[in-house]
Design a protein around this ligand. Structure first.
Ligand code: AMP
Length: 458
C-alpha cells in the first residue's frame, strides 16, 4: 500500500516523498483514511510508530480548504512537552511545505509577544502545550470557537503530568462539531473517560509497540551492592567509555541527579549535556540540536524532557536510575534500536530497586534481564576507595518524589521557569570548566563484558 492509496492529495504526496518516505507505517495506514473522512480517531500508539504524520497529514489536507482569520485558529494540536510540540511543528513544516498554511507554536519559555503578534495576524494551526495555551486564552488573545480539528498527542503523558483538567477545559472551549484525533500509548481509565466524553464514535486504531524488548535491543543490568552515588557514576563512566558506545541517553529519575551526573561526566572530560524541565528553553533546544547532529555525545535526561523526542541513531540507553514506573522503562529503551537498527539498553540496579525491577520484568514479559558481570570492577572500586560512606549528594535536601518532578518539570507556566532558568546558566558555566578528574578512573582490567564485544550496527 502506498501513501496515494490512503487518499492523500498530490501536494502532500510530493512533500512525503521529499521527506524520503515510501510506504506508510501501520498507524498511518489505519488512521489516515478515517481521519480524511472527517471521523474522530482514537490512536493507541507510541512514539516511533509514525503517529505524528498520521494526524498531521489529514489535518493539512482538511485545512487546505479555507483561510485563517485573526485570533480564530482552525486547528489545534496539544502536546505534553515543549520539545514534543516543537517536533510536531517541524513535522507540520515538512509535510505542509507545499501549502500556504500558517502556524503558531505556543510553548513556555518563549516570549508572549511574538506569539501574540502571530495570533493577531491569524493562524491556521496552533501547536501548544496545555498550560501556555490556557495562558493565552485567559489573556484574551485567542478564540477557540473556530477549531475544526483538535489533536491530543501523548494523552497518557499528559495524565502523568497533571494536565487532564486543562485538557478537559480546552475541549470545552472548542466547538462540539470539531473533529478530534486523539493519541495515547496506553489507555488508563482516566484517559478512557476523556475519550468517552469528548470523542464521537471514533475509529479506534491500535498498533503494537515498536520493538522494545525484542530483537533489536540488547538489554543488560549491572547489579550494584548498595546505593552509593559515586560508585554509580564510576560504573556509568566505565560503560560509556567503551568503543561501541557511539552516543547515548542517560536517564535519571530526578532533575537534581541529571545535573549532578552531567556535571560529573563533563568533569571527567566526557561530552555530555543535561536536559530537564527546569533548564531554559534555549539551552534545551540547543542541547537537542547538538545531540542530533553529533556535537554532543551524551544526553543526561529526565523522563519528562526526553519523552517522545525523535532522536535517530542512539546506540545506547543507560538507566542510571531505575525508572519508578515500568512504562517509563519501555519508553526509555525505545530511544534505541529504532527502525530495525541495533541498540543496547543498560541499567544500574541497587538492592533497593528490586520492587521496581520486578514490575519492569512483568511489563516487558521476561523472567529476568541478563546481568553484566562487574564483580572485578566492583572489587577494584571498593579496594581503591576509602571506607567512609559517600555523601550521597544526589539526594535532595527535602523529600521530593520523582512523580512530583514529572508533574512540575515541564509545566509551561512561565512563572515556574524564571528562577530555574537563571540557575541553569550558572551551572552550565561552571560545568564547562575542565578540571582534573577528582575520582579515580578504574579500568575494566581483563574483564570485558560480553555485550561490549558485539558491534552495534549503525
Ligand atoms: P513518530 O512516531 O511520529 O515520532 O515518528 C517516528 C519517526 O519515523 C520519525 O523520525 C519520522 O520522521 C519517521 N517516519 C514517519 N513516517 C514514516 C514513514 N512512512 N516511513 C519512514 N519513516 C517514517
Amino acid at each position: 500500500m502506498s501513501f496515494a492509496d490512503l487518499g492523500l492529495e498530490p501536494k502532500l504526496l510530493e512533500a512525503i516523498s521529499a521527506s524520503g518516505y515510501e510506504t506508510p507505517t501501520p498507524i498511518q495506514k489505519e488512521a489516515i483514511p478515517p481521519a480524511l473522512e472527517g471521523r474522530d480517531v482514537l490512536g493507541i500508539a507510541q512514539t516511533g510508530t509514525g503517529k505524528t504524520a498520521s494526524f498531521t497529514l489529514p489535518m493539512i489536507q482538511r485545512l487546505a480548504k479555507g483561510r485563517a482569520k485573526a485570533r480564530m485558529p482552525r486547528s489545534l494540536v496539544l502536546a505534553p512537552t515543549r520539545e514534543l510540540a516543537a517536533q510536531v511543528a517541524e513535522n507540520f513544516d515538512k509535510y505542509g511545505a507545499n501549502h500556504k498554511l500558517s502556524m503558531a507554536l505556543l510553548i513556555g519559555g518563549v516570549s508572549f509577544g511574538d506569539q501574540d503578534a502571530k495570533l493577531t495576524r491569524g493562524v491556521d494551526v496552533l501547536i501548544a502545550t496545555p498550560g501556555r495555551l490556557i495562558d493565552h486564552f485567559e489573556r484574551g488573545r485567542l478564540l477557540l470557537t473556530g477549531i475544526e480539528v483538535m489533536v491530543v498527542d501523548e494523552a497518557d503523558r499528559m495524565l502523568d503530568m497533571g494536565f487532564i483538567p486543562d485538557i478537559e477545559k480546552i475541549f470545552k472551549l472548542t466547538p462540539m462539531t470539531r473533529q478530534t484525533l486523539f493519541f495515547s500509548a496506553t489507555m488508563p481509565s482516566e484517559i478512557q473517560r476523556i475519550t468517552d466524553q469528548f470523542l464521537h464514535n471514533p475509529a479506534r486504531v491500535e498498533v503494537s509497540k515498536p520493538a522494545t524488548t525484542a530483537d533489536t535491543i540488547s538489554q543488560r543490568v549491572v547489579r550494584l551492592p548498595g546505593k552509593d552515588d559515586k560508585l554509580k557514576r564510576n560504573v556509568l563512566r566505565e560503560l560509556l567509555g567503551h568503543a561501541d558506545v557511539k552516543n547515548g541517553i542517560i536517564f535519571c529519575n530526578r532533575k537534581t541527579t541529571v545535573d549532578i551526573v552531567a556535571k560529573s561526566l563533563q568533569k571527567h572530560g566526557l561530552n555530555a549535556r543535561p536536559i530537564h524541565g527546569d533548564l531554559a528553553q534555549a539551552f534545551r533546544t540547543e542541547t537537542l540540536d547538538k545531540f542530533r547532529n553529533g556535537e554532543v555525545q551524551f544526553l543526561v535526561a529526565s523522563d519528562v524532557a526526553a519523552r517522545g523526542l525523535d532522536i535517530p541513531d542512539v546506540s545506547h540507553v543507560f538507566n542510571y536510575d531505575m525508572p519508578i514506573h515500568a512504562d517509563d522503562y519501555v519508553h526509555r529503551i525505545g530511544r534505541t534500536g529504532r527502525a530495525g537498527k541495533k541498540g543496547a539498553a543498560l541499567m544500574l540496579m541497587t538492592p533497593a530497586d528490586k520492587k521496581h525491577y520486578d514490575a519492569i520484568l512483568q511489563t516487558i514479559g521476561v523472567d529476568d534481564i541478563e546481568a553484566l558481570d562487574f564483580s572485578n570492577f566492583l572489587e577494584k572500586q571498593s579496594g581503591s576507595r576509602s571506607p567512609k560512606p559517600s555523601k550521597s549528594s544526589d539526594r535532595p535536601s527535602r523529600r521530593h518524589s520523582p512523580k512530583q518532578e514529572a508533574e512540575t518539570s515541564d509545566n509551561s507556566a512561565p512563572e515556574a521557569e524564571k528562577t530555574p532558568a537563571r540557575r541553569t546558566r550558572n551551572s552550565t558555566r561552571k560545568s564547562t570548566k575542565h578540571e582534573a578528574p577528582a575520582e579515580p578512573v578504574v579500568g575494566l582490567g581483563d574483564h570485558v563484558p560480553e555485550f561490549m564485544m558485539r558491534g552495534i550496527a549503525s
